[in-house]
Design a protein around this ligand. Structure first.
Ligand code: FES
Length: 133
């Protein structure tokens, strides 16, 4: 069952800069790149450190900790080549608010053995309200 929950107000989102918000206990990074709203896991798949304040430069999310780089549109890891992808979540844009599908993450969510941890997913129990599609 698809579960969509409120992410944040649209006015809380910056261009080309990640802002981490907590949604049902899960840190989610939200940003706008190229005019499109994006939501990713709020922690880096490298060491699990927060991505709050991370910049988007030349179409890449750059982790401020050790500078892993991810495609800003897809979350695919760009550098290092052996790194893990940054899971993205589908975003629904409302008139004044954004909504995220917590159980719809794309990308490599298995970071075991790399010091990270996805921190993604949801209970899938449908609690917390939200829309379904
Ligand atoms: S924690 Fe992001 S690159 Fe190391």
């Amino acid at each position: 069952m698809t579960r969509i929950v409120r992410l944040c107000g649209r006015d809380a989102v910056e261009d080309d800069r990640l802002n981490v918000v907590e949604v049902e206990g899960t840190p989610i990074a939200v940003y706008r790149a190229g005019g499109t709203y994006r939501a990713t896991q709020g922690t880096c798949p490298h060491r699990g450190l927060p991505l709050d304040g991370a910049p988007v430069l030349s179409g890449m999310v750059v982790c401020p900790n050790h500078f892993w780089r991810f495609d800003a549109d897809t979350g695919s890891v760009i550098w290092p080549a052996t790194g893990h992808d940054l899971p993205h979540f589908p975003v629904t844009v409302g008139e004044t608010e954004l909504f995220v599908q917590l159980d719809g993450a794309t990308g490599d969510t298995d970071c075991s053995g790399n010091g990270g941890g996805s921190g993604v997913g949801g209970s899938g129990d449908g609690s917390g309200g939200g829309e379904t599609a």
